[in-house]
Each structure stands twice: as C-alpha cells, then as structure tokens.
Design a protein around this ligand. Structure first.
Ligand code: AMP
Length: 270
C-alpha cells in the first residue's frame, strides 16, 4: 500500500503493533534491500519510507543533485512485497508538533557533525517525527552510517521511545565500495578511485591492528589524494563502543572517513 499522508498512514496502521520500519531517501540499492529483507525475518509488517529530507542537507546544491528514482524504487518495493510505503511531502511531515524533543548526543559534534553543520539535527528531527507517527517495534539502520545510527539509538534511549534499533551490516559492491545512492553521481573513473580508497583502508586497518601507530592520517590523506581523491573531510579512528581513541590494539575500532570525488561526498567506516 502506497500512503502519501500522515492521516491515511495513521488510519492504516492504527492497530498494528509490530511494524518494522526502514527510513530511506530512495534511490534504492542492495544496501536498502538487505535492510528490507532483514525486517521481513521479523513477525509483523514492513514499512519503508522514502523522503529526501531537505533539513539534513547543509548544501542546497547537494540536495538538488541527490539521485532520485521513485518509479524504479516502487518496482523494487513491490517485488519485495513490502507491506507499506510512506511517501510524505514536506508539509505532511513537518506540520505537526512532536511531544519528544530531539536529543543530540555529544558524539554529534564529531566526524560528519563538524563538516556538515546542522546535518544530525535534521536527521533526528525527521526520525523523531517518523517514530511519533509510526511507533514501530523495530527500526532498521545501516552501520554504513554508523554515526547516524549511534545518534538515533541515543535519542531513542534518552526519550524512552519503545522502539528497538536493529543495526545492519554494510553491503558492498564487488570492488569493495559500499552501496550508496550517491554512487550514481560517480563517473567510472571516480568509482575506481573509491574502490582504491576502500582497499587501502582495509589494508591499513590490518596494519593498525598490529600496531596502532600505523595509523598516520597525514600520510593516508596524501596517499588518497594521489589516487585522485579531491578532498578529505576526516579520517579518524574510534573505538566502536566507547567512541574514544583506541589506546590498545586489542580494542575493537573502526576507521571513519568522509571524502570527495569531485563534488560527490562519500562516507564509510571500516
Ligand atoms: P539512505 O537512503 O542513504 O538515507 O539510507 C537508508 C538506510 O539504508 C540507512 O539506515 C543507511 O545506513 C542504510 N544503508 C545505506 N547504504 C547501505 C549499505 N551499503 N549497506 C547497508 N545499509 C545501507
């Protein structure tokens, strides 16, 4: 069922207590599909939203250039037998009050929070609204957007919202690049550069596991620029649980990166 207004949505799902919810911005790919398939392992109904949320874009041009393909998305969702598709417009989703205030954990100031001012406030605003309307049992989120998933989880816990976050692993192309809607804006050559970046970081992670001092951001930035990377917003190491800098190589950590290939900004964590 395709639903375009919050009133219809609320009527439709009024008595459904076990909804698994997957928020997306459309331009669906295998990453999204893996979240949807995972949700279908749970009892209950699956609800996918598609909305390119202007409030989470800090750059108007980036918002305008964000790849959209609703027709193809609907074919994919139909094929997957998704129960509900919610396609709000701006007015529908932003013209009501939500009782829960947004909670922005301090980790929102790191990584993408530094290079994309207001981004996470925009993300939490829309997710808070979706949670208010849908009251899902589960929300499925990709670890590809690790910081986003972490901050949504913190918000849900702080506001005591009765929804469980299911984190889903990153699905990658054969060449290592994570599926992303933004990949559609890459040239073939840029896509190859992205692959080199990921392979380099996977290799670097192996070295860092042996000795933390093998993580040398200045050196890495130089090497990645030599591959053809235009700009690097950040390349940082964090313990995946404590989100502190790892002090011991036995800790579980991730390398976080945001980089540009010409005007396309990609993020990943390895
Ligand atoms: P987006 O449409 O980019 O806002 O993404 C919607 C959801 O899909 C988010 O929870 C993302 O983390 C998740 N996602 C995006 N790309 C991938 C991927 N390659 N693998 C797994 N999940 C992903």
């Amino acid at each position: 069922k395709i639903i375009k207004s919050k009133h219809k949505l609320q009527n439709e799902i009024l008595n459904i207590k076990n909804i698994s919810f997957i928020p997306t911005m459309g331009g669906l790919h295998k990453g999204h599909i893996s979240l949807i398939k995972k949700s279908q392992n749970f009892k209950g109904k699956t609800l996918v939203s598609i909305f390119v949320n202007p409030k989470q874009f800090n750059n108007k041009n980036d918002f305008l250039k964000y790849p959209r393909n609703l027709k193809k998305d609907l074919i994919i969702l139909r094929r997957l037998n998704v129960d509900y598709i919610y396609l709000p417009n701006f007015k529908d989703i932003y013209s009501f009050r939500v009782k829960n205030k947004i909670f922005l954990d301090k980790f929102s100031k790191k990584l993408c929070g530094k290079s994309r001012k207001g981004h996470f406030k925009g993300v939490l605003n829309i997710v808070n609204r979706f949670l208010h309307l849908i009251k899902p049992k589960y929300i499925l989120l990709g670890v590809k957007d690790f910081q986003q998933s972490y901050l949504i989880t913190k918000h849900i816990l702080k506001r005591k919202i009765n929804t469980k976050v299911i984190n889903c692993k990153t699905i990658r192309e054969k060449n290592g690049v994570a599926y992303s809607t933004r990949n559609k804006n890459l040239t073939n050559n840029q896509f190859k550069v992205a692959s080199k970046v990921i392979k380099y970081l996977k290799n670097n992670k192996k070295l860092v596991r042996k000795d933390l001092t093998n993580f040398k951001p200045t050196r890495i930035k130089k090497d990645l620029k030599n591959f053809g990377v235009t700009k690097i917003d950040y390349i940082e190491l964090y313990n995946s649980k404590s989100l502190k800098r790892p002090k011991n190589k036995k800790e579980i950590f991730r390398i976080f990166i945001a980089f540009y290939l010409n005007k396309t900004r990609l993020i990943d964590n390895i």
